[in-house]
Write a protein that binds this ligand. Structure first.
Ligand SMILES: [Zn+2]
Ligand SMILES: [Zn+2]
Length: 143
């Protein structure tokens, strides 16, 4: 436990499995002050994250648990300071890092996607049509 630094390492059979980076919400931990991966800042909300990274590989939470979205090709799960999907402008609660998957999916339609945004290299697309669709939101967050 690194209460002061705002992060926690989770091991499974002595192998590092998850890294938790805590935002400004968690009462148990001080916020993590170091650099965040992929140009994320804790003030970004879920709409910003989807504009930057596209549709997530999976969604978690709701009900009793804070909502979260995962991008398996980046090995990142981001949870937000809300338990409902109806609130679009809520800041990040915590970031969890894990081993990235090899498979990449389109950030719009979620089919297999091999085409990558040439600029930020963070989002994959199945083709130029989906890339163009996402670009309207993505251009402000592509860096
Ligand atoms: Zn697509
Ligand atoms: Zn981009």
């Amino acid at each position: 436990m690194n209460y002061q630094e705002g992060f926690q390492l989770e091991f499974q059979n002595s192998i590092l499995k998850n890294v938790y980076l805590y935002g400004n919400h968690d009462k148990q931990f001080k916020p993590y002050k170091g650099d965040l991966p992929f140009g994320i800042t804790f003030t970004m909300c879920n709409a910003h994250i989807v504009a930057k990274f596209g549709e997530p590989t999976s969604k978690q939470g709701g009900g009793p648990i804070n909502i979260g979205i995962s991008y398996d090709h980046l090995g990142i799960e981001i949870t937000f300071q809300t338990k409902t999907w109806d609130q679009p402008n809520v800041a990040i609660d915590q970031i969890i890092l894990y081993e990235p998957a090899k498979q990449t999916i389109c950030g719009i339609c979620k089919k297999n996607g091999e085409l990558r945004c040439g600029q930020c290299k963070l989002v994959y697309y199945c083709g130029v049509d989906c890339q163009k669709t996402h670009w309207k939101q993505h251009k402000g967050f592509c860096k």
